[in-house]
Design a protein around this ligand. Sequence first.
Ligand code: ASP
Ligand code: MG
Length: 447
Amino acid sequence: MNSSYVVAKFGGTSVADFESMKRCAQIIKNNSQVRLVAVSASAGVTNHLVSLCQNDLKLTQRNEHIEQVCNIQNSILKKLSLDKDIADGFNQTLNKFKNLARNIDPTEKEKDSLLSFGERLSSYLFTQVLRGVDIDAVRLDARNVLKTDSKFGKATPNICATKKAASANLTTLLSTKVLVTQGFIGSDQQGNTTTLGRGGSDYSAALFAEAIDASAIHIWTDVVGIFSTDPRLCSKATPIAKLSFDEAAEMATFGAKVLHPATILPASRAGIPVFVGSSRAPDEGGTWIEKSQTRHSGIRAVTQRKNQILLTLKSPEMLLASGFLAKVFTILAQYNISVDLVTTSEISVALTLDNAPNASRPELEQECLDLLSEFCHVSVENNLTLIALIGSQIQLQQEEINLMHVLADFNIRMICHGASKHNLCFLVEQSNSDHIVQSIHSRLLEA
Ligand code: ASP
Ligand code: MG
């Protein structure tokens, strides 16, 4: 379409309240290349919506969550005076939300509609905030552009259909206006609302950028880039100025919470650089993620992902048998389960799955376990943490020998290295994991 446009995404904390929204408006005002803006729901809203998706919630509890969502919107609303087009759209959307949220027994399809309201509401208010600083902003319904399949809760985008819809609907608008749209949501072929999974707004921004052939994606969040580890855990963690797409993808996948793991896919497919910075401190720089030009090697970051499930499947029949793994993975695929680490022995396979708190649906369903139990012995362990060392060309050299010294003090449940030169992963007990990450960071990443 036009490769000079920038897509900006503002996360939940960046649009949490009126003051935060104003700071974001200034960022857009300062960069005339920013033409498409994807916003998250205001901080806290999606968690309430996830609660409202529970089928067994009492009406009083429902009303409490509804009220909390309204309170968050109202505190922004009272600082704004809405133009007629925005007021009409906002009020209609809020009413639709209240009606649907009172429904005691939502279907999967209705749950995605419910989850979509956070972004649908915040995008109205944000559009008004932009107009308040004289930006010619219009709100765009993401569902008219971002096309997906019908897997409610974690829909897969249809890239071709999205590109087609973008060139049909956005070409003229983008040349004159700033379009404010919603992250996280899309629609299927039948026009039903779908969502991309928790944290999916980053992914949306990258998909929009790919669809309009943008020159960059700016992800504005509450930290000044991606750090060598979580700075709340290690005070000596430092922001990383440049990462390759591969490294960033590994970091996002293995627990650096700054980016949704899928974000890098469209960006690297289309070769669009991604910037991650803080909307509170836009001048402090951030991390640029792009195609790697420099050849550095070694470990650059350590991440952790808590609440992991270890699934161990044992079958005496695996001995010298073929097809066991195929059978296992077919069933997991049927339930749309994504596996992270895998190790095998002669008669067993161990796999890790993510069990993210506040996910819009549980990762491992009983039905799936029952199917697996039909042909193997299944054991499920919880409360584990996956720790990942991320970098380039990680080889078992000096750094890894140092690592083994650090790990010697701890109980390691599983270890994986080899499939990619960008990571080395292992599984530990959750109660120990913060301490292990601190030890690794101080031994391997602090100068
Ligand atoms: N609002 C959604 C969530 O909290 C999507 C996002 O913010 O990225 O998961
Ligand atoms: Mg996020």
